[in-house]
Design a protein around this ligand. Structure first.
Ligand code: MLT
Length: 408
């Protein structure tokens, strides 16, 4: 309550919608990490998906040169500079065979997190339903809450290959749905989607008048030997789809904050037009770095994750862990023994072994009973982690004892 009369206490609170936001998942993990470090433990951190390898040299060079250009120190162009947008169009053409000139458009975003978080504010009216994958990246739910929309779970279950089942949704939910967030290759489950499945989702969205928000941040990180897929490969998808592409994971650029949105011209223009009211675009020198990234030859870029994945998956399987083994992203999604709470397990894992994983419950109720390993640490550390787990026999042996004691 605000009261400026002399001698009265002034208490300013955040809005009701802000009070509805859960604590941000990775902030909670950071707190647990701090506590373990204070105890002097040597940590092996499979927590946040933040690539450990440096941004490639040719991208750094482009940024260094660009920083010297005085014209780039002024306000950037809101929609993104033409050179960056052209590089993004070229990326869509070369990587996915999508011609952006053809009824589609692109715009720069300050990282896909920023872009995704603004979608419900720009496209939903209060009370509209937003379908959020559960488990899923926490930003989708938070962004719906901040838009006064209603987040409704879209369960992703193992028996369905962690794909959505729109047929199982109640009719009145579908009728009230304004937009759906989808993310394949999927964080946290690692699931991938085929073009046939994408086609069926696009047909559903057209029929039901639902906007698809495809978060394609992990497009190229997949180990099934299949090419990356985009929703915009389906003819006409641009009418009902905005897709976000991130440079963070593909080019080890999480700190740079750059990505792009692509979709039907009207949708992209509506999105970028609204966004111009609240930010001033991406620093032009960073767009230059982004241009260099999008013109890279990425052959072999992800082999290192493939090796890390093999080491971890083989190590966990040897210890009888129930690994989901989905072929996408640099995450490994693991089922815990029945009845195990993921947060309790993750805490115990830190205190017994110094190994940090992300509890599945942080990604939603359907993530309960799972934990996620991010492969963003060197192969040596993964071998070391497997060794620690082997010594402790945590999952197959001790955890059963904990379970008997009700995981206290
Ligand atoms: C994750 O660990 O889920 C992601 O790295 C978080 C993010 O991309 O913001």
């Amino acid at each position: 309550m605000k009261d400026n009369r002399k001698g009265r206490r002034v208490v300013v609170t955040a809005s009701e919608r802000v009070s509805m936001l859960p604590p941000y998942l990775f902030a909670e993990i950071d707190r647990q990490k701090e506590a373990a470090l204070k105890k002097g433990m040597e940590l092996i951190d499979f927590g946040i998906g933040d690539p450990d390898m440096p941004t490639p040299e040719h991208i750094l060079r482009a940024a260094r040169d660009a920083v010297e250009v005085p014209a780039y120190h002024r306000y950037p162009k809101g929609t993104g500079s033409e050179f960056f947008r052209e590089a993004a169009r070229n990326w869509m053409r070369e990587q996915f065979g999508v011609a952006v000139e053809d009824g589609l458009d692109v715009g720069a975003v300050i990282g896909t997190k920023e872009g995704l978080a603004h979608v419900p504010i720009f496209f939903c009216n209060p009370g509209d339903i937003v379908l959020v994958p559960n488990p899923g990246y926490p930003v989708y739910r938070a962004s719906a809450i901040l838009a006064d929309a209603v987040p409704v779970d879209l369960p992703l279950q193992r028996e369905n290959g962690f794909l959505p089942d729109f047929g199982a949704m109640a009719r009145e939910v579908v009728a009230g749905t304004r937009l759906v967030f989808l993310n394949y290759p999927n964080n946290p489950t690692g699931a991938v989607i085929t073009l046939d499945q994408i086609q069926r989702i696009v047909e559903w969205a057209r029929r039901e008048d639902v906007l698809i928000i495809s978060d394609n941040s992990y497009s190229h990180i997949r180990f099934d030997g299949r090419p990356p897929a985009s929703f915009l490969q389906i003819p006409g998808a641009g009418d009902v789809c905005l897709e976000f592409h991130s440079l963070s994971k593909t080019f080890n650029m999480t700190g740079w904050r750059i990505g792009f949105v692509v979709g039907g011209t009207n949708l992209v223009r509506a999105f970028m037009g609204a966004k111009e009211n609240i930010d001033s675009g991406v620093f032009t020198a960073i767009q230059k770095a982004g241009e260099a990234a999008l013109r890279s030859n990425i052959a072999g870029y992800f082999d290192i994750y493939a090796r890390r994945r093999e080491v971890l998956v083989a190590g966990l399987k040897k210890l009888d862990w129930d690994v989901c083994d989905s072929p996408g992203t640099f995450y490994v999604w693991v089922r815990l023994p029945r009845g195990t709470e993921s947060m309790t397990f993750a805490r115990k894992l830190i205190s017994h072994t110094g190994i940090i994983v992300t509890p599945g419950s942080g990604f939603g109720t359907f993530g309960e009973g799972y934990v996620r390993f991010a492969l963003t640490i060197p192969e040596d550390s993964i071998h070391q982690a497997v060794g620690r787990l082997e010594q402790k026999e945590l999952y197959s042996h001790r955890i059963k004892a904990w379970l008997k004691k009700g995981m206290k």
